[in-house]
Design a protein around this ligand. Sequence first.
Ligand code: UDX
Length: 440
Amino acid sequence: MRIAMIGTGYVGLVSGVCFSDFGHDVICVDKNPEKITSLNNGEVPIYEPGLDELMAKNAAAGRLSFTEDLTTAVKEADAVFIAVGTPSRRGDGHADLSYVYAAAEEIAGNLSGYTVVVTKSTVPLGTNRKVRQIIRKANPDAEFDVASNPEFLREGAAIDDFMRPDRVVVGAESDDAIEVMNEIYRPLAQRDFPVLVTGLESAEMVKYAANAFLATKITFINEIAALCERTGADVAEVSKGMGMDARIGPKFLQAGPGYGGSCFPKDTSALARIGQDHARPMQIVETVIQVNEAVKRSMVDKLLDLCDENFNGKKVAIFGATFKPDTDDMRDAPSLTIVPALVGAGAKVRICDPQGQKEGEELLPGATWHENPYQAVQGCDLLVVLTEWNEFRGLDLKKVVKKMNTPHLADLRNIYDEKDVKRAGFTALQPVGRQGFRKE
Ligand code: UDX
């Protein structure tokens, strides 16, 4: 199959690279000339484990290329994927569809021969039909169908998620479109990864409903964690006990400082808006959004407690600023709520994050960045673990304690064992959803 991928953001780039690895001919299109030049030079603009090798391999095999020229890419394609951004619109939380519709317009004028136009971007219900209308209006003679093919990959595990998905969802209405989509995903179907074919609206809804459900699961355990702290229960034991019920499952029950990232915050607000627009308010989702904001803010209170109610002049080390490990993405990261609160209250914040500095420096003014975790904790009165990067798990905690002024630890991802923390000489530990200790 010949595939044109419009947009080389996270989803577009990973999908394009992986499709080429399936053996398809893929041309990735982006309007940003610098991005195209650097992609053609083999430079990957995002940090995603394994992506650079896979990109290099398929580019060398001649199956993967990058261009600004949408016209030729679309003309030659059997399927054109729209993978442009759908950010939250400022002010109202709706998904901003202007990039999707602009892409549809541009694609319309260049279609040649039967083509399936596939939306991979996360889009509200009805968008695929709108894309179809736009194309039909702009090019009444075009031979095409639309299909919806939402993407479920997680940052940091994107390639594995794409290559070994729990399922592929394809919303399509014509046999021809289904045939093309089945052909594209044959390498997965052959290895027994299920391809679920649905109607257009159902496919659009699956993506929102799945993300909102996962955000709800996390938020639920975060509320339980807060109650565990008050009642003597340990949230890790509770998660384990809950997760052993096959109806619940163990995943996405890790308590922490609140969910962030490019999808959950954006998609939960979009779903809430869709509900309001259809007079079917998504009350659970609306509450999840509010509770998640409250969870992030409540972390600041935890830290304040460890700093004896006063951040002024205190030195605070932050381990991890990205919204999760193995990514350089700072979008809606809990650090964006927590660090400004600390800086605003007079703390001197020292951040160590293996990948976050490039994006984070501008977003978190007033903090200093340190490559080495031992250097970051130098002279600090509090160490806060915000993102569970592997490199923080195996640190020499004794060495950390020696470098600190007041060895207090807020382990907001519960990555350290209380015994190890005590043995290392920390004088206070505040985890999430369990007791911790404080030596006077
Ligand atoms: C998510 C969905 O998982 C993916 O299917 C969709 O395509 C895009 O959105 P992503 O945002 O990359 O993926 O990361 P994910 O691993 O889902 O984590 C999202 C947030 O939830 C992170 O801030 C993470 O720290 C938090 N989280 C996740 C928890 O706090 N606890 C958990 O148990 C799991």
